[in-house]
Design a protein around this ligand. Sequence first.
Ligand code: HEM
Length: 514
Amino acid sequence: MASAFNTTIFPSIASLSDGSTNANLWTTAAVSAGVLLLYSQLAKRSDGFTYLPGIPLIGSWSFFTKRSDFLKLAIEANRAGKISKFSLLNHNVVVATGEKGRKAFFSGKGLNLEQGYSVLWGGIPDLKDVATEAESTDDAAKSSLFFKRLHALLRRDRLQKVIPVLFADLENCMNSWPQQGRINPFNEIYNLVVQMTTRALGVKEIADDPVILGKLAELYFKVEESTSPSSVLLPWFPSRSRNSRKEATTALYTLISDTLKKRQDEGRTEEDPAQYMFDQGDSVHEIVSFVMNATFAGIINTGITICWMMIFIHAHPEWDAKLRKELSDLLAAHSPNTSLPITTRLAHVPVDAWEDATPVLEAIIAESMRISVNGTTLRRNIAGDVDVDGLTVKRGEFMAYPLQAMHLNADVYSEPTAWKPERWMDPKQLEAHRAEGTFLAWGTGLHPCLGMRFAKLEMKLIAALYINLFEYTRVNKNGVPSQTIPVPNYNDLYRATPEGEDVYFEYKRIPGTE
Ligand code: HEM
């Protein structure tokens, strides 16, 4: 039994139970793999599942404290033909990373995405904390309104219209930085994504005002940060993190709804997503729900990927050069007048060209995602029993699928930890991997990402402007240049920041671009 797990014999796995190991990711994986075979024989139970280690009654806390390391045990077990299961208080979670498990997970009709995340994730606001009963509609109706509005707002013609405004926003943000200095990309570049998401899917008054936008960003990060295992698993328990998350959710809700009500009271109309929703007859509550959901769906992965993209581009001068060539060709084709400011010229490039004529950016994005988007997707079985490779996932139980099972799998990708955009220069490769289910960073099956086109556009615009406005080098917090290429800490659930010390960009504005 998992609870009888011998901590002296299996120190590496046992350390996952108390979250105290500092071992390097790969060392942990290797050691874990070595001991797993023996462990899994001990842990196999009569229901056929191989139980992962956990603390009696409480369960596998490492799912929260060291998720990536913990789920590597399940991936290894699967390679040995076993399907893993673990518990979190009264919840059971099945992890099946083999082909049948993956298909069941992503295409199983009874497996519900919302319930998987709302019970086991926690980094998203729960609107039940703020909505009155009169405002609560059923979950299916809310989802369908959200998808409908998102789809309409991300249409190509709307994106085309918003591109110049997005560039102006980016330039304003970058102009507010000193002419030279040191930034932590996981703060400053991540914040650019907050700005763009608010502009394209939120409220104009907030996107226009750096102080209010700063407040929105602060509350967003507070919701994310005030997530603890207890606040996720015991949502009724008034822990400090639970209260802090509730407070931040309420403040975020109030900030957006007050802005919209003020607009209504003043009889103003604006050209923005909120106005589009007002015009469709949506209530203030529906608009606030949309904006909050879009913010949380849109920021985290885009923020992580763009930060890693900029790190990898800098670490690979040959790709930096290819990217600069691609951008100068784009400008030559769509805005040849070199006396115009660079932001104006970039804003002249039409959305079609950003989408269809940027193979280098596409390859860089895909490869950066393969390495950095390695979180865990979640589902809850809300229908009858689900068969996974001969074992039964019962109604009410959860499933988790760690994307690293594919993206960092040496059987699928040679040198899986190496950043090699050349893997994707032929777009057919990406199509094939997506069809096979071996590239999962945009999701697949019943729930593919609905923001993919916008996310790619955002990352392309940020990368294009940043490298045209600044020279930068990677340094540590003391300004010492980095000699190695950092690796994401996959146990960092919300930022995937680098393992070990933080990475900074020491930057200098390119003369003539001020
Ligand atoms: C680089 C950026 C992004 C990445 C890597 C990403 C990745 C993903 C992945 C892997 C899924 C599937 C999750 C699952 O199966 O459990 C997903 C779903 C989703 N994404 Fe994204 N996403 C990104 C940006 C965005 C943006 C900007 C939006 C827009 C608001 C967005 C909206 C959504 C929505 C609404 C779903 C759920 C679809 C459904 O429930 O059927 N994403 N995304």
